[in-house]
Design a protein. Structure first.
Ligand code: COA
Length: 412
């Protein structure tokens, strides 16, 4: 479609955007109006972009949610792309492609240095430089095993959380992500926890307020429906706190035989449980993109004992901040990305790999960079056609630098 334009959505566009949303996903359900008001409050003013056709009619929309996400245990601004939809009669003519490119550019302007999304049309996002970063996992345990964990609580007590605990929940989450050097999970803002606690939509307990400073040392957020308890968050600073929180979740095993968890697939509960999770694990893939390599790399945490440096050519026409030849260096837990040449030698000739490139230098396009960022090994990237050039030695350096098994726990 020619004459497509993108611009910020205004309040006057909301009715048209909602109409397209409803033509894509069906009418809003109960509570949908409140949800839509929150969407508008969060994203109007630069985080909701619309596409218009030659007549100025809105034919597509997408938004960028303002998230904070851990990478190597340090926190980066992450643009969570959501609400991408195109008027059905305008589909198949490049509206969404135009939109996602505009969203990538906008995230660069906003300072969101990385981006993630849950795709329904992965080819659309691959075209804009996204690649599969990991999965959101739902792991299921028999409740009686979870209940048994409570015996290690060492007298640690739990109490229901109140809205006054919201800041503490955010701080505990952030601290735990740093402690474990986690990559992928987001930190819910205090106002999100506060609203959840005020509305009492989920069951929330804090633990550890009875020990030491009187400050909680952990919390759990879960809900009960049908025959399962579903744990959305469980954060603990020590083993006794974890035991106390798991114990309260499992305490209802007589009535609720199953516990689902949306947590780190390597949550230490896996090591503590006197048994294994049930065989069925549900996984929802998400995709990631690097928006601005230099600040993203400088902000990410790395393994303290890793010391490595490598040159990397990046071709990324949609995010020029990423393009060029980079020297990536990691030492003492911190990294620097220094652009040593303005453009990768083959940037004009396609994604990567062909004539003109210096074969001794590893070379990726935006998708390859996204995959590297998310810890896919160089050997795997090569098999997927996402990494050219370099040598076994540079592959090993890339693997050491980007080592991670990222996961996201919240669907958005
Ligand atoms: C998915 C959607 C946004 C695509 O919009 P669009 O303007 O038709 O997309 P484009 O014309 O830019 O197509 C870009 C690419 O997306 C992919 N794509 C588009 N529609 C798709 C579909 N229904 N299923 C799978 N992939 C699709 C194709 O790879 C397409 O490239 P191609 O036409 O060269 O094969 C649109 O169909 C829509 O609004 N669907 C309902 C809501 C939705 O699923 N939103 C995405 C949420 S992540």
């Amino acid at each position: 479609m020619t004459d497509l334009r993108t611009r910020d959505a205004t309040r006057d566009d909301l009715a048209a955007v909602l109409r397209i949303r409803n033509r894509s996903f069906g009418p809003l359900g109960i509570g949908g109006t409140d949800w839509w008001d929150r969407v508008a409050a969060e994203t109007l003013g630069g985080r909701m972009v619309v596409v218009t056709d030659g007549d100025g009619a809105v034919v597509g929309a997408g938004r960028i949610r303002p998230f904070e996400q851990a990478w190597g245990g340090r926190h980066l601004s992450m643009g969570g792309v959501a609400g991408v939809y195109v008027e059905p009669s305008a589909r198949g003519r490049g509206v969404a492609t135009t939109l996602t490119r505009a969203l990538v550019a906008r995230m660069g302007e906003l300072g969101d240095v990385v981006s993630c999304l849950f795709p329904t049309a992965p080819a659309l996002y691959r075209r804009s430089g996204y690649e599969v970063g990991g999965v959101q996992s739902r792991t299921t345990f028999p409740s009686h095993l979870v209940r048994a964990l409570g015996s290690a609580a060492d007298g640690r007590r739990v109490r229901p959380a109140t809205p006054e605990d919201a800041d503490t929940l955010t701080v505990l989450t952030r601290t735990a992500q740093a402690r474990h050097g986690q990559s992928g999970p987001m930190v819910p803002r205090a106002e999100v926890f506060r609203r959840m606690l005020e509305e009492q939509t989920l069951i929330t307990y804090v633990a550890g307020h009875d020990a030491g400073s009187g400050e909680p040392t952990g919390f759990v957020v879960y809900d009960l429906s049908g025959e399962a308890a579903t744990v959305e968050h469980l954060v603990a600073a020590d083993a006794a706190t974890a035991a106390a929180l798991w114990g309260v979740v499992g305490s209802g095993s007589s009535a609720v035989p199953t516990v689902h968890t949306y947590l780190d697939p390597r949550d230490p509960v896996m090591l503590a449980l006197a048994g294994l999770p049930e065989a069925s694990v549900t996984q929802v893939p998400w995709m990631a993109r690097v928006i601005d390599l230099a600040p993203a790399f400088a902000g990410r945490g790395f393994a303290t004992h890793t010391s490595a440096a490598v040159e990397l050519d990046v071709a990324d026409p949609d995010a020029p901040a990423n393009a060029g030849r980079w020297r990536l260096a990691v030492d003492g837990g911190s990294g620097t990305a220094t652009r040593v040449a303005e453009a990768a030698p083959d940037a004009s000739g396609g994604a990567m790999g062909s004539g003109g490139a210096d074969a001794s230098v590893s070379c990726v396009d935006a998708r390859g960079l996204a995959a590297l960022w998310c810890g896919w090994s160089a050997s795997r990237l090569r098999l997927a056609g996402l990494l050219d050039g370099g040598s076994p030695d540079t592959d090993a350096a890339l693997d050491a630098i980007f080592a991670a098994t990222p996961y996201i726990t919240e669907y958005f």
